[in-house]
Design a protein around this ligand. Structure first.
Ligand code: PLP
Length: 392
C-alpha cells in the first residue's frame, strides 16, 4: 500500500471497505489518468455526472470568465446574479411552461428534500409516497423516502408518513389519496438496476395525482440531462410532473442541484413561513456558469439524439457475451445483469485492470452499471465493448 493510499484511508472519512483507490491525476473527455500515467476509460462518467465529458472546454471557459467577476456574494434568493438568472432562463427554455421556475441548490439530495418541503407546504398535506428500491439521496429526509430498508435500518427514526409502492404496480397507485402531499419517483429507476416505467403505470400515476391534488415529483437527478436519449427522461412519455429535481449531470462537473415547478407552486416557499427553504451556497455563481455552459453544449451538440444509437451499438456488442443474463438500457445508461454478485465483482475488477471504469448499483448487486459520457464516439464504444467482453 502506498503512503498516499494509507493517508487517504486514514485521514478521509470512508464510505465503504473496498474503495476503487484510483489515484487521480487529471481527466479529459472520456478519460481519467492516474498518477502512474495509466489511462482509464470512464464508462460511468463519475456516476452520471460528466455527461458532456470531463473538462469540456466551454465549461472551463465559463468558469474562468465567472472567476474574474465574483465568487459568492450572498445567500440564494436575495441578489440578482448573472449566471444564476441565465441558468434559470436556460432551464425554462428547455422545459415545458409548467416547469418555468427554478430554485438552484447544491446537490441532488437537497433538491429532493426541498421538493418534498415544497409539496407539503403547497398542499398542506403530510403523507409522502415513494417507491421500493428507489434512491433519492443520503441525507435524512431523502433517506426516509429511499426504498432501501438495509440502508435505512441504522438511522431510524426517519420521516414519518412515508409509504412505499412498487414501481410499475398499477394497483398500488390506489394508495394515492387526498391526504397525499406528493409522490416522489425516479422517472426511470436508476439504482434499482434500471427499471423503465410502463406507459400505463406512468399515465395512471399522473392521472391519480391530478385527481387527488397530490403533487407528482420526478427525480431526474440521475436520468436527466440527456442520459436516456432525451434531455429529460419524462419526455419519453406524454406526461409532465408538477416538480422536477435535477443534479449530477446538470453542472458539467460542478456540484449543483435544482428543483423546478410552476411559479405558483414555488411561490408558496416565500410565506407561511417566509424563507421556506434557505441555502447559503445554492446557486453558486461558478456552478451556475458551468451548468449554463453544460446545457448550451447539450443544445448545440447532437449527443442526446445519438445516445440511443450509441447505446444500441454497445448493447449489440455486449450481447455477444453468453454470461450476461440481461441488459437493461435507456439511451447510454446500462444495467448489465450477471448471474451473481461475485461475477459482477470479477467483471468490474477485470475492467479496472484493463483500464475501464464500470461501477455498482445500490439496490442491484447482480448487475453492473455503465453510463459513459454522451460524447463517447462509436470507435470508443467498440473499444470499450471489447474490453468489457474480454473482462467477462
Ligand atoms: N436522486 C437520484 C436518482 C440519484 O441517483 C442520486 C445520487 O445518486 C441522488 C438523488 C442524490 O444526489 P446527490 O448525491 O447529489 O445528493
Amino acid at each position: 500500500m502506498t503512503s498516499r493510499t494509507k493517508q487517504f484511508l486514514e485521514l478521509q472519512g470512508q464510505t465503504n471497505q473496498s474503495p476503487y483507490l484510483i489515484d487521480v491525476d487529471r481527466a479529459e473527455g472520456i478519460y481519467i489518468w492516474d498518477k502512474a500515467g495509466k489511462r482509464y476509460m470512464d464508462m460511468i462518467a463519475g456516476v452520471a455526472v460528466n455527461n458532456i465529458g470531463h473538462r469540456h472546454p466551454k465549461v472551463i471557459e465559463a468558469i474562468q470568465q465567472q472567476l474574474d467577476k465574483h465568487l459568492h456574494v450572498m445567500v440564494y434568493g436575495e441578489y440578482i446574479q448573472d449566471t444564476q438568472l441565465a441558468l434559470a432562463e436556460n432551464l425554462a427554455s428547455i422545459l415545458p411552461e409548467k416547469l418555468s421556475c427554478s430554485y438552484i441548490v447544491n446537490s441532488g439530495t437537497e433538491a429532493n428534500e426541498a421538493a418534498i418541503k415544497l409539496a407539503k407546504r403547497y398542499t398542506g398535506r403530510q403523507e409522502i409516497i415513494s417507491c421500493k428500491n428507489s434512491y433519492h439521496g443520503s441525507t435524512l429526509g431523502s433517506l426516509s423516502v429511499s426504498g432501501n430498508k438495509e440502508k435505512q435500518s441504522s438511522f431510524k427514526p426517519l420521516l414519518p408518513q412515508v409509504q412505499f409502492i412498487e414501481f410499475n404496480n398499477i394497483e398500488s397507485l390506489n394508495l394515492i389519496s387526498n391526504k397525499t402531499a406528493c409522490v416522489l419517483i425516479e422517472t426511470i429507476q436508476g439504482d434499482a438496476g434500471l427499471v423503465k416505467p410502463t406507459p400505463e403505470f406512468i399515465t395512471t400515476l399522473r392521472d391519480k395525482c391530478t385527481a387527488t391534488g397530490a403533487l407528482l415529483i420526478f427525480d431526474e437527478v440521475q436520468v436527466g440531462m440527456g442520459r436516456t436519449g432525451k434531455m429529460f427522461a419524462f419526455e419519453h412519455y406524454t406526461i409532465i410532473p408538477d416538480i422536477l429535481t435535477l443534479g449530477k449531470g446538470l453542472g458539467g462537473g460542478m456540484p449543483i442541484g435544482a428543483f423546478i415547478s410552476s411559479k405558483e407552486i414555488m411561490h408558496s416557499l416565500t410565506y407561511n413561513p417566509m424563507l421556506g427553504h434557505i441555502t447559503t451556497f445554492g446557486g453558486h455563481p461558478i456552478n451556475c456558469a458551468a451548468a449554463n455552459a453544460c446545457i448550451n453544449v447539450l443544445k448545440e451538440e447532437n449527443w442526446i439524439a445519438e445516445a440511443e444509437q450509441k447505446g444500441q451499438l454497445l448493447e449489440n456488442i455486449l450481447s455477444q457475451a453468453s454470461d450476461i443474463k440481461e441488459i437493461r438500457r435507456a439511451g447510454l445508461f446500462f444495467a448489465v445483469e450477471m448471474e451473481s454478485t461475485e461475477k459482477v465483482a470479477q467483471v468490474v475488477t477485470n475492467c479496472l485492470e484493463k483500464g475501464l471504469i464500470g461501477f455498482w448499483f445500490l439496490s442491484t448487486p447482480t448487475a453492473f452499471r455503465l453510463s459513459p459520457p454522451l460524447s463517447i464516439t462509436e470507435e470508443e464504444i467498440k473499444i470499450a465493448g471489447e474490453i468489457i467482453i474480454s473482462s467477462i
